[in-house]
Design a protein around this ligand. Structure first.
Ligand code: N01
Length: 543
């Protein structure tokens, strides 16, 4: 049996959830297919201890409903995963979203049928769905990367991935826990795991630059101030580089968001060593990221890196451990900035061991632990905090077949090619939310999601109202956009010669090295999308 809809949406994270609300207003029939058992996307899957958002709660929220803005209470300035998931559930309840979602349904194939201009979607259990439009709301960081380590199948203890943490509580007390990976997930989990386990061994390949997160409880006066000014705040977000307003309430409610003390016009090169240290003492290590030259000039960047290493030396009791924790071969700003709570202090605990996998590589995983070239580490639990096949992973795994039997996998074999990160030539009526080539992960995701879903909804309405059947970008427009995305990233720290990050696909073996998100800024991007739509969808073929 095959069910028919106007739109099938894949994924019930924040993008899929907002899509239901927005598409209902157009009177469209919708089906959202979600692999998980409930809403929340990334916040549904990433339940590991310590998981938390790095965008301030009052900014990381939907702007489409004034009532929602007024009624929701955020307990902390930067929200923990349980609070964000609670918000997602509240939104689902309040707007009765679940009636259009089919949970526990993984999409395994999507095929465009040219004879009737419809998409056929197949689930893992063989169910078939058909729709005129498809919206991939599959998230940028939704496919966990589990590296193939020698002997991994031998391990007889419990195994977890931070990106697939179980819903049921995980009891680590009295257990010897090992964690591989020190990116954002590992850095957040490590201090909590150290508290919960008998002994924690951290297997680190690349040391991280991490700065303390703001850990304040929400001040009710600040929350009220935001509620009173949300219209202004949303406008500021729309005209910002990263979808963040930076709004700071008045004197009595200051420091609601972000770090203060320097701006991009400040140059680290112009300060003496003692002036630089004084600024770190006053504002914390995060200040290093605020100097304009640190993100644009390799020598200035290295000054900041060296200051960072000095700070690590001061924070860590054992100089050998401090040395291992110091990032050396890449600079600040190359990767997504990591925020932590007590990360460095955790390595001063007697029940935490740091293993440097570059100095002493992992040889083999055995039934009872990990063997490196110089030691054996007995473990009851092994945790992978090894990241994701980012931005393209979920799309590539959906086995998408477009016009003339062309597979997305083949189209993207040398890297993602898409127009505005919204559509691909050869795949009519298929849209991606925060796809490669859009600001996505460099932006407040909630802002990026709302902008994309609104754009897609307006586009579908345009097609319907003009009695058209299909839309897809021209190959030319798509190629120009890819060139532009590439051009604007040149000269940024993201593409420094020493930089290897998931933004570049460098964390996945064999993945083409392409800088995937759009670094030109959210406001500039949004204006381009608006211009293109207002000019009758410039660069798109409509039929
Ligand atoms: O993943 P990562 P993540 N052997 O790819 C290591 C968002 N996020 O899940 O660098 C040994 O950054 C790898 O080492 P190396 C945020 O956007 C946000 O931590 O490849 N180690 C690295 O240390 C973030 O950027 C929040 O040498 C191996 C780690 O695993 C993104 O998600 C919180 C290995 C992976 O780090 C991804 O973060 C959490 C191997 N074979 C996540 N393979 C917040 O909002 C990989 N590693 C705060």
């Amino acid at each position: 049996m095959q069910e028919n809809f106007d739109v099938v949406v894949v994924g019930a994270g924040f993008a899929g959830m907002y899509a239901i609300h927005r598409f209902r207003k157009l009177g469209l029939t919708i089906k959202v297919l979600e692999a998980g058992s409930d809403v929340g996307g990334t916040w549904y899957w990433n339940r590991y201890p310590g998981a938390r958002c790095d965008v301030a709660s009052l900014e990381y929220s939907f702007g489409f409903s004034k009532e929602l803005e007024q009624e929701w209470e955020w307990p902390e300035v930067f929200s923990s995963q349980p609070d964000i998931l609670r918000y997602a559930n509240h939104v689902a309840d309040r707007f009765e979203l679940r009636r259009d979602i089919q949970f526990n349904t993984r999409v395994v194939e999507m095929k465009y049928v040219e004879s009737n201009n419809l998409w056929q979607i197949k689930s893992e259990s063989g169910e078939l769905f058909q729709s005129r439009f498809c919206v991939m709301a599959t998230g940028c960081l939704s496919v966990p990367n589990t590296p193939l380590l020698s002997g991994a199948d031998n391990f007889e203890g419990e195994i977890f991935h931070t990106g697939r943490w179980p819903k049921e509580p995980v009891n680590l007390s009295g257990k010897r826990v090992g964690i591989i990976g020190t990116g954002s997930s590992g850095v957040q989990a490590i201090p909590e795991l150290a508290k919960q386990s008998e002994h924690l061994t951290v297997f680190q390949r690349t040391p991280v630059y991490t700065v303390p997160a703001n850990r304040k409880k929400m001040n009710p006066a600040v929350q009220q101030e935001f509620r009173d000014h949300y219209e202004q705040i949303r406008a500021l977000q729309q005209n910002s580089r990263a979808g963040v307003s930076g709004y700071r309430p008045g004197k009595n409610a200051h420091a609601a968001v972000g770090a203060v003390g320097a701006d991009q016009s400040n140059q680290i090169r112009e300060l003496s060593h003692s002036e630089r240290k004084a600024m770190i003492d006053q504002y914390g290590l995060g200040i290093l990221l605020s100097f304009g030259d640190v993100s644009s000039d390799l020598e200035a960047n290295e000054i900041a890196n060296e200051l960072f290493r000095e700070a690590i030396e001061e924070m860590i009791d054992d100089s050998n451990v401090a040395r291992k924790l110091m990032p050396k071969n890449y600079g600040l700003g190359c990767k997504r900035q990591v925020l932590d709570r007590d990360y460095y202090a955790t390595f001063n605990r007697p029940d935490v061991t740091l293993v440097d996998l570059i100095e002493t590589p992992l040889q083999h995983i055995q039934s009872a632990g990990i063997q490196t070239v110089d030691d054996f580490y007995p473990l009851d639990v092994l945790i992978y905090a090894t990241g994701f096949d980012a931005m393209t992973g979920a799309l590539m795994r959906s086995n998408i077949v477009g016009r003339s039997g062309r597979k997305l996998k083949h189209k993207w074999s040398d890297g993602p090619v898409a127009y505005l990160g919204l559509q691909m030539h050869g795949f009519p009526n298929l849209f991606t939310v925060t796809g490669p080539g859009s600001p996505s992960v460099l932006c407040n995701m909630l802002v990026a999601i709302e902008q994309h879903v609104d754009w897609i909804a307006d586009c579908i309405a345009y097609i319907r109202d003009n009695k058209l059947r299909t839309i897809e970008p021209t190959a030319e427009a798509e190629n120009h956009w890819v060139e532009h995305v590439n051009e604007v990233s040149v000269g940024t720290m993201f593409r420094a010669p020493t930089c290897n990050s998931w933004y570049l696909g460098a964390n996945i073996e064999g993945k083409p090295r392409i800088f995937m998100p759009y670094v030109g800024g959210y406001e500039r991007y949004r204006k381009q999308c608006e211009r293109i739509a207002s000019e009758g969808y410039d660069g798109f073929m409509l039929a």
